[in-house]
Write a protein that binds this ligand. Structure first.
Ligand SMILES: NC(=O)c1ccc[n+]([C@@H]2O[C@H](COP(=O)([O-])OP(=O)(O)OC[C@H]3O[C@@H](n4cnc5c(N)ncnc54)[C@H](OP(=O)(O)O)[C@@H]3O)[C@@H](O)[C@H]2O)c1
Length: 364
């Protein structure tokens, strides 16, 4: 059995052979030829559905939506030798972003999920793993699931054996501050959270109809290098609407990008059956506390350079009105117990320390 290696600090990832597809490894040149055939058919606009799908024995990830998580995780896959660049795909909707990412060494499809091309949808069946990182669109829902029937037909009989949909803890709504685990009935309290819940169901159902295990990762607020309270302070950015809404909350679920990465790896390494996981840290601290801590760290590292900005825009200290996202504390016990994840950053405190350590400001 072929195995693929993560970076030194990560466990070895065995490939997960599909029982019905135990075939000898195809020579790489053959796979490259196969890929070229798909590209040729995409270029001519013809549907590649007619091209027979040949089983593959090497893990290949298709990432839908190369945003903060998609890019981070895709890079980890490449860096750890999981696959060479032409075997990892991302999608994005702009040609400009495509160029930028290709310059970084990524191999890209352009896909606007509003109008997915048959050739791109069809090419997905050439992959063994599918990460869905595109959020639902207001008023519509999950864009790709609008084509669910087509998607199912395209993926049927292909190589996909792992599918993970990135969702949000917003689906729980308000538990009055109680702890919620994955068995807690979801009760979304706003339009976007309702669309999320629908999308979760749609992707789980799709996985079921394909006979593969589909996972839903309910992520807390994502932070990491380039996206954190530290960055907000340094760049003196005003708070986003979502951040303002969270300011009034007593509890806020969050998770460091590295921990999302290791949870994803773990779910590939120890493939569970279809399952929902909360992906959050251990410390649902209120946002005000988190900002105070970030200010303290910034002042310590760059004394006097980034004055504590008391404006409500950056501190979120004004009454924004009741948050419609709900008060709850989200449990990560299943993630730890079943996926064996040991958090690198159990609290925002260690996460922020590592961000500050890595941040270099050249203009000072
Ligand atoms: N940020 C958080 O704190 C948080 C918390 C919980 C859950 N989530 C969800 O978790 C997932 C990953 O988060 P993230 O922070 O990595 O998100 P992100 O940075 O916003 O990335 C989302 C990606 O989806 C792509 N996308 C959006 N609309 C698309 C369309 N019509 N067609 C094709 N691609 C489209 C975006 O492409 P472009 O860049 O080209 O627009 C972007 O690459 C998202 O679904 C997000 O909503 C986020």
């Amino acid at each position: 059995m072929e195995t693929c290696r993560w970076s030194a600090r990560s466990p070895e990832i065995p490939t997960r052979p599909s029982p019905s597809r135990a075939t000898p490894a195809l020579p790489r040149a053959h796979l490259v030829r196969l890929l070229r055939r798909f590209r040729a058919s995409a270029a001519t606009g013809s549907s590649s559905a007619a091209v027979p799908v040949e089983p593959i024995t090497k893990n290949r990830m298709f990432i839908l939506g190369v945003g903060y998580v998609g890019k981070f995780f895709g890079k980890e896959l490449l860096d750890s030798g999981w696959s060479v660049s032409s075997w990892v795909k991302w999608t994005c909707k702009s040609a400009e972003k495509r160029k930028e990412l290709e310059d970084e060494g990524f191999d890209m499809y352009i896909l606007d999920a509003n109008e997915p091309k048959m050739s791109v949808l069809s090419s997905m069946k050439e992959y063994t793993h599918l990460l869905v990182s595109i959020p639902p669109m207001a008023g519509i829902g999950d864009l790709l699931l609008q084509q669910e029937h087509l998607l199912r037909n395209m993926l049927k009989g292909g190589n996909i054996q792992w599918l993970c949909y990135l969702s949000s803890t917003s689906v729980y709504g308000d538990s009055g501050g109680d702890w919620v685990d994955e068995d807690y009935p979801a009760s979304p309290s706003n339009h976007m959270a309702k669309l999320r819940l629908d999308a979760e169901k749609g992707w789980l159902d799709l996985g079921g109809s394909l006979g593969i295990s589909a996972l839903v990762f309910r992520l807390g607020g994502i932070y990491g290098p380039g996206r954190s309270a530290i960055d907000t302070i340094i760049r003196k950015k005003p708070l986003t609407q979502g951040q303002k809404m969270r300011s009034s909350r007593q509890y806020t679920a969050r998770v460091h990008i590295e921990d999302i990465g290791q949870a994803l790896k773990a779910s590939i390494s120890v493939p569970p059956s279809s399952r929902i996981y909360n992906i959050v840290d251990d410390d649902p601290a209120p946002r005000e506390e988190v900002f105070e801590f970030a200010h303290m760290l910034v002042e310590k590292k760059w004394p006097g350079h980034f004055k504590d900005d008391p404006s409500p825009e950056t501190t979120g200290s004004i009454a924004i009105g009741a948050s419609t996202r709900g008060e709850k504390r989200v449990s990560n016990a299943r993630m730890k117990g079943e996926l064996g994840v040991r958090l690198i950053h159990p609290s925002y405190k260690s996460g922020f320390h590592s961000i500050v350590e890595k941040t270099k400001i050249h203009s000072l």
